[in-house]
Design a protein around this ligand. Structure first.
Ligand code: B12
Length: 418
């Protein structure tokens, strides 16, 4: 199509596809009216003018029919005709159908579908009088070929555009007006990228949590990899993904909604994901601190080690040299290892109230052997509280892995001047 000196209106031309179309037409010599609701139409027009094109920026909310009429009138007054209309303005807010409110649905239909009606109606008298016009409606493969999850309103609007195009094309052909629709596939634009990134991150974190809840090791590994690929901080994947799932498992277990086998499966799934996230977390934090040594273990009688492993991992990620003795560790072993490696900190974890007294025993034994002042003792885990930790004379406590690291660093500086 030769477009030199033709006058084109492009809606939603502030960015993405609309902006690209405006540029393409202007490059071919068309005079373009670039409209948008965002204010970015001014930038588009400036950029077009900068390479010698002719552009008129117009603020337009396509859902407002009177506004569309005014815009068409202005374009006609300034350029003397309207040859081309590209109905491009559209939104695509990702939302599952279950979460979708009536207002979400209405907004997408109003902008994408009714906006197309409004602008077409507004330019028609001019095109009819000229007995010439090209109207191009931007549909999508989402309205013609495939469905997209979390975009049912968008799919409906784009399918509506196709139906509208087919109907009106037959009515106005007699005036020399040609109406068509194009249905692009996914195109990387600033708008789609922002939505996709947000959606991806949330989706990945949700899937990580779900993989733990359902005890699905393969899914856990798969989404741990996806989290890294999508650029999610591994610690965020652990805290906002895996831990969220594990806390739900804990709740369900205490309410007897699930039983031990399910908890074991959840634990395995969490470990599988951690095996992928841990190296990435370590890589990120490596070398952040001058070497200090920590001996850590889950104390006598307790085999819970997920929380302890996370604490150990975060300490490593922050530059500590960590000696992890595993689970169900006798207090004597903790002390012996600390002596052997010249540790700064002994860290004990437990999730069982029945194992908590061994933490107190650890401190008594250190005193008995005249070693109490040699080591910083930190305790933590489900039933352990700050108050209880203080009451047994521990030096530090942490609610979670991040606090454990923070407290370890503070204590090292305060007590050992490191
Ligand atoms: C997973 C799990 C298991 C798994 C453990 C797998 C594994 N390898 O760890 C399995 C299925 C094996 C298991 C077994 C049992 N479990 Co269990 N289990 C859980 C569950 C659901 C989640 C624990 C978990 O991993 N949480 C996630 C981690 C990341 O959190 P966290 O451990 O709290 O760690 C964080 C902080 O506490 C802190 N932290 C942890 N350690 C340390 C250390 C230091 C120094 C510091 C500073 C901080 C710190 O940082 C961590 C990271 O942010 C909890 C319920 C719950 N809501 O906690 C029950 C729970 C701990 N289990 C419980 C019980 C009773 C058992 C069994 C006795 C059941 C049975 N009848 O056999 C056995 C234990 C047998 C034994 N001898 O140890 C009870 C404990 C009750 C109590 N207070 O004593 C709980 C609370 C469930 C309940 N509501 O009844 N369990």
């Amino acid at each position: 199509m030769k477009v030199k000196d033709r006058v084109a209106i492009i809606t939603g031309a502030g960015q993405g596809i609309g902006k690209a179309i405006a540029f393409a037409l202007a490059r071919e010599g068309a005079r373009v009216a670039v409209t948008d609701i965002s204010g970015k139409e001014v930038d588009t027009a400036e950029e077009i003018k900068a390479f010698g094109g002719e552009a008129l920026p117009l603020r337009l909310d396509v859902t407002n029919y009177l506004g569309a009429q005014k815009a068409a009138k202005k374009v006609h007054e300034i350029f003397g005709r309207i040859d081309i209309l590209v109905n491009n303005a559209g939104v695509y807010p990702f939302k599952s159908f279950e979460e979708m409110e009536e207002a979400d649905w209405d907004r997408v239909i109003e902008i994408n579908l009714k906006g197309t009606f409004n602008c077409t109606k507004a330019v028609l008298p001019y095109m009819k009088e000229q007995r010439y016009g090209k109207i191009i409606n931007i549909s999508s493969i989402a309205g013609t070929v495939v469905g997209f999850p979390n975009l049912s309103h968008y799919c409906a609007s784009k399918a509506g555009i196709v139906g509208f195009t087919r109907g009106i094309a037959l009515e106005v052909a007699k005036y020399g007006i040609c109406v068509n629709a194009v249905a692009p596939g996914p195109i990387e634009t600033p708008g789609t990228l922002a939505e996709v990134i947000l959606l991806n991150h949330e989706e990945i974190l949700r899937n990580l949590a779900e993989s733990v809840i359902s005890g699905d090791e393969e899914k856990a590994k798969d989404f741990a990899r996806k989290a890294l690929e999508a650029g999610i901080d591994p610690l965020r994947a652990i805290n906002e993904g895996l831990m969220r799932g594990m806390s739900r498992v804990g709740d369900d277990f205490s309410k007897l909604k699930i039983y031990l086998p399910e908890v074991m499966m959840a634990a395995e799934a969490m470990k599988a994901a951690l095996s992928i996230l841990e190296p990435a977390a370590l890589q990120k934090g490596a070398g952040a601190l001058k070497k200090s040594k920590v001996v850590i273990g889950t104390i006598t009688g307790d085999i819970h080690d997920i929380g302890k492993n996370i604490v150990a991992m975060l300490l490593r990620a922050n530059g500590f040299e960590v000696y992890d003795l595993g689970r169900d560790v006798p207090i004597d072993d903790l002390i012996r290892k600390a002596e052997e490696v010249g540790a700064d900190i002994i860290a004990a974890s437990t999730l069982l109230s029945t194992s908590m007294p061994y933490m107190e025993d650890l401190i008594s034994l250190l005193k008995e052997r005249g070693l109490r002042d040699k080591y910083i003792v930190m305790v933590g885990g489900g039933p352990v509280t700050r108050e209880w930790a203080a009451s047994i004379g521990a030096d530090g406590y942490g609610d979670d892995g991040e606090e454990a690291v923070k407290v370890a660093k503070e204590l090292l500086q305060r007590v050992k001047g490191k």
